[in-house]
Ligand binder design. Structure first.
Ligand SMILES: Nc1ncnc2c1ncn2[C@@H]1O[C@H](COP(=O)(O)OP(=O)(O)OP(=O)(O)O)[C@@H](O)[C@H]1O
Ligand code: SF4
Ligand SMILES: [Mg+2]
Length: 329
């Protein structure tokens, strides 16, 4: 088994709002291994983005990490001061977002933005820096780099803009990249190109990739292991193939059933009910109000993740008693 790169243990990140405390990430634990592509999947509001922001320690106010451990290469990131974290961001851990504009500054051209990243961490000559910028733009497939580097973000199409954001994130060759719904805002054909690019870059640079999405199709294409989140909790962790064939958590089975399949006449199932309010989440298993298998116990204590077969973890009291359908059934 590959070495562990990132180890999240018992992470709790809450938002202290006027309406109450939003328990966005509540006791989340999982690992990211060296060089792997891990999927982080769950419906909107399940805590995927807040988990990634917590690792980078960029949770916006009124959010706060209240408990847990985030070990990266054996060091606890929660023990680091802001200067030490700044040195980690970009160089060790980077992130790209759904909207590439949010990682780019509209008032500077691409050359300036990439140069700022490079020079903040490395002492290199102007000429070396220029060469690196051109190399980076070539790496992410932006043609005519020498001309385009002088252009501003608004002069790029959505797909090209995301490539610039990827170039910026990868400028310092991080060991770990979080890609938070990186293709959701793009056209379908461009989506596939950006996903291919990410896969290629991951291999080339030997980094680990955490692919955040609610799209089970992207998970199947891009990842080898998956963490399923529901309402701020982890409900299942498994190898991607295993998860598709033998989901053990009722929520995972519903996510799989909701994937539209072109080759099937199967009707798209919508997961009934809504994501719960995270200020006063349901007691016990947070999925119980929506779960067709729930028993009395489910509303009492939250189930903990247990390993039900090698590399397959599930947090559900009933996993032994229920038989769930995988994708091919
Ligand atoms: N700034 C904030 N203030 C208050 N609550 C917040 C804030 N940011 C996030 N939250 C809450 O944290 C919870 C988790 O949000 P998060 O953005 O991590 O979900 P997500 O899984 O990434 O969803 P999506 O698929 O929509 O991106 C949500 O209930 C959200 O309302
Ligand atoms: S613990 Fe209970 S409510 Fe939660 S998923 Fe399992 S059966 Fe459903
Ligand atoms: Mg999100």
């Amino acid at each position: 088994m590959a070495e562990t790169l990132l180890k999240i243990e018992g992470l709790k990140t809450y938002f202290f709002t006027e309406a109450g405390i939003v328990k966005a990430v509540d006791n989340v634990s999982f690992d990211v291994r060296k060089g792997e592509s891990l999927g982080l999947v769950g419906e909107s509001g399940s805590g995927k983005t807040v988990t990634a922001l917590s690792v980078l320690r960029i949770v916006p106010k009124p959010g706060k990490i209240v408990e847990g451990k985030i070990e990266f290469k054996g060091e606890d990131l929660l023990e680091k001061n802001e200067t030490e974290m700044q040195a980690m961001r970009g160089r060790e851990i980077a992130i790209i977002f759904q909207d590439p504009s949010s990682s780019l500054n509209p008032i500077f051209n691409v050359e300036t933005q990439l140069r700022d990243v490079l020079l903040a961490h490395e002492k290199i000559s102007k000429e070396e820096c220029r060469k690196k910028i051109i190399d980076l733009m070539n790496l992410v497939g932006i043609p005519e780099a020498e001309i385009r580097m002088r252009e501003f973000p608004h002069q790029f199409s959505g797909g090209m803009k995301q490539r610039v954001a990827i170039a910026r994130a990868l400028a310092l060759q991080p060991t770990l990249l979080f890609a938070d719904e990186p293709t959701t805002s793009l056209d379908v054909t461009i989506q596939a190109q950006v996903l291919d690019l990410l896969e290629e870059l991951k291999k080339k640079l030997g980094m680990s990739l955490v692919m955040i999405t609610h799209d089970m199709g992207i998970i199947a294409k891009m990842t080898t292991r998956v963490v399923v989140m529901y309402a701020g909790n982890v409900c299942e962790i498994a190898k991607t193939e295993d998860l598709y064939e033998h989901p053990r958590h009722p929520y995972t089975a519903l996510l799989l059933a909701a994937v539209p399949r072109l080759d099937r006449k199967k009707k798209l199932r919508i997961i009934p009910g809504n994501i719960p309010n995270l200020i006063e989440p349901p007691s016990g298993c947070r999925f119980h109000p929506r779960c067709e298998y729930a028993t009395g116990k489910c509303a009492e204590e939250p189930p903990v993740l247990e390993e039900v077969e090698p590399e397959h973890f599930v947090a559900c009291y009933e996993w032994k008693n229920i038989s769930l359908k995988g994708e091919n059934h």
